[in-house]
Design a protein around this ligand. Structure first.
Ligand code: DX5
Ligand code: ZN
Length: 223
């Protein structure tokens, strides 16, 4: 069975004054990526749980919450309780990632672990057994519209191999700088879920941009 590429547009690149309309513009998305930043873990501040719950209530697709925050164990279960499909926390911010994963799952969501570009995969392989999603950051977290860091694809290749051999069961997700120029190399390396902010919401027709990215990734996966 060939892998089916999935696309998660990031609301970070949408018009924050029109979140309901922006959400409705991407019915063809697989997940809607929701970037929570606290101004401490990253030098930027976006939105939190009340806004997530409001978006969740109108979104035609499941929410994928990416928590770029300190002390994520305190906040992550709330996003799951509010109905997120997936809640991802940063390895660099977690004292006990396994406990956080357990709490997210108990609250009804998939649990994700995110790695910044400079964070190695090897030292987190043991805890990944307790997660459903691995989010490989391909930019430094904090801002949309940055350039893709291709070096992180080594982590994607390793994760893909471990999933394909059955050693881990994970959705391999990539986030940062994904667009028509970069999605093929990410697809070839083994990504399942592609986050795209500016490449989707910067397009005249965001839903058409999703379809085009998905088709490009599928062609690259077929080789
Ligand atoms: C960055 C966020 C990303 C961001 C990606 O910290 O985690 O999800 O929205 O935006 P693009 O696709 O424009 O790089
Ligand atoms: Zn993100």
């Amino acid at each position: 069975m060939p892998r089916e590429p999935k696309i998660a547009p990031s609301l970070l690149s949408a018009d924050f004054a029109r979140l309901a309309e922006e959400t409705a513009r991407v019915p063809g998305a697989d997940w809607l990526h929701f970037d929570v930043m606290d101004g401490h873990f990253v030098p930027n501040l976006t939105f939190g749980l009340p806004v997530m719950a409001a978006v969740q209530a109108v979104s035609p697709v499941p929410l994928d919450c990416h928590l770029m925050i300190e002390d994520p164990g305190r906040w992550a279960p709330g996003y799951a309780e509010a109905g997120a499909r997936n809640v991802t926390v940063h390895a660099e911010a977690c004292a006990d990632p396994r406990a956080v994963a357990r709490d997210i799952r108990a609250a009804g969501a998939l649990a994700g672990l995110a790695l910044k570009p400079g964070t190695p995969l090897e030292t987190h392989l043991d805890v990944l057994a307790d997660f459903d999603t691995l989010l490989v950051m391909s930019v430094e977290p904090g801002f949309g519209g940055q350039s893709f860091i291709a070096d992180v694809l080594a982590k994607v290749r390793t994760a893909r191999r471990l999933v394909d051999t059955g050693e881990l069961t994970l959705i391999v997700e990539i986030d940062g700088g994904i667009n028509a120029d970069t999605i093929e190399q990410a697809a070839e390396a083994g990504v399942d879920m592609f986050v795209a902010g500016s490449a989707v919401y910067g397009a005249d027709d965001p839903d058409a941009a999703i379809a085009a990215l998905r088709a490009q990734a599928a062609a690259a996966m077929r080789g």
